[in-house]
Design a protein around this ligand. Structure first.
Ligand code: COA
Ligand code: NAP
Length: 273
């Protein structure tokens, strides 16, 4: 079905690649004015060009979600150009596989800084620029929030924290007419995350472990983001929503389907990518 977001203002933090760019593109295609922000200037420029192909207003800003002042600057510019945010997406994240005993304090911290504190910066600052009532705030979570995943202690901690932030903000901001939810994607093809965590030659094994027997697409996540931004979702808040072909049904390592796989092998095969 087609969603119509003509005139809506959408801000996507980390919206220049992969899943987040897919969400930005879904909204651009539906007629929204879209603003994206990330660290790398070339990536921002590339995303802006791609989004402009849909004919609407697009703004790209260079910034790091770890720095709240940079988030505020990007949002001020987007707000001045596009108006109150109807939809705000926090999707920036970092990931790498590392056994806990080899992970430095800074290695743990860098992921918490991006995924958890960065999301707080985006949500908290976004509150000041949001349409009230009416805005929809969307966090991009991951299965690691719910299921322990070997070699990803940093990611599991950060994503679990992010979902508690989502729930508390949903509690507090309901009275302002702001809904706050998380989408938890399964393994999504052609994204930075999946390419980083899963060996290319293991990709077909992963498909066999997913109940729907296919990888997800950025469009699959874009569709859920459009739904959450639409009036059809106007009574949904505080929800953690898997869009994962059914992998959440199997839980943590069990969905790998291989009871003798070591946790390390499991993680390398992207069980919770
Ligand atoms: N294994 C173990 N530790 C690692 C690591 C790895 N593969 N990669 C980085 N680290 C550690 C570093 O050693 C450093 O710790 P130290 O100071 O104790 O040595 C710490 O993490 C910070 O690394 P740094 O490279 O300075 O961080 P950064 O800010 O430049 O990059 C990352 C952040 C590491 C998360 C980087 O991968 C990134 O920017 N990722 C964004 C894209 C992405 O991951 N997409 C997937 C989304 S699911
Ligand atoms: P990706 O392709 O690597 O894209 C990450 C984006 O975030 C890039 O645009 C990057 O741009 C930006 N970014 C990274 N660090 C940033 C920072 N500090 N400040 C601002 N922007 C930053 O990632 P992806 O795989 O699509 O993942 C997107 C989201 O989905 C993440 O939250 C991830 O945890 C989640 N997820 C992914 C999968 C999957 O299968 N891929 C599965 C479950 C959940 P710059 O480099 O220019 O900053």
């Amino acid at each position: 079905m087609e969603f119509d977001f003509k005139g809506a203002s959408v801000f996507v933090a980390g919206g220049t690649s992969g899943i987040n760019l897919g969400i930005a593109e879904s909204y651009a295609r539906a007629g929204a004015k879209v603003a994206v922000m990330s660290r790398n200037a070339d990536r921002v420029a590339g995303a802006v060009k791609q989004l402009q192909a849909h004919g609407g207003q697009v703004l790209g800003t260079v910034g790091d979600v770890r720095d709240q002042a940079q988030v505020r600057l990007a949002m001020q510019q987007a707000h001045a150009a596009h108006g109150d945010f109807d939809v705000l997406v926090s999707g920036a994240a970092g990931n790498f596989l590392c056994p806990a005993q080899d992970l430095s304090s800074n290695g743990f911290k860098v992921v918490v800084d991006i995924d958890l504190i960065g999301t707080f910066h985006v949500m908290r600052t976004g509150f000041d620029f949001a349409r009230k009532p009416g805005a929809s705030f969307i966090n991009i979570s991951a299965p690691q929030s719910a299921f322990p995943s070997a070699m990803q202690v940093h990611v599991c901690a950060a994503k679990a924290g992010l979902d508690q932030v989502m729930r508390v903000l949903a509690l507090e901001w309901g009275e302002h007419g702001i809904r706050v939810n998380s989408i938890s994607p399964g393994p999504i093809e052609n994204t930075g995350g999946i390419n980083k965590l899963v060996d290319a030659k293991k990709m077909s094994d992963i498909k066999q472990r997913i109940p729907m027997r296919r990888m997800g697409t950025t469009e699959d996540i874009g569709h859920m983001a459009l739904f959450l931004g639409s009036p059809m979702a106007s009574y949904i808040t505080g929800a953690y929503i898997p869009v994962d072909g059914g992998i959440a049904l199997l839980g943590g390592r069990s969905y790998a389907g291989d009871p003798v796989a070591t946790p390390r092998e499991d993680a390398r095969q992207g069980a919770n990518a």
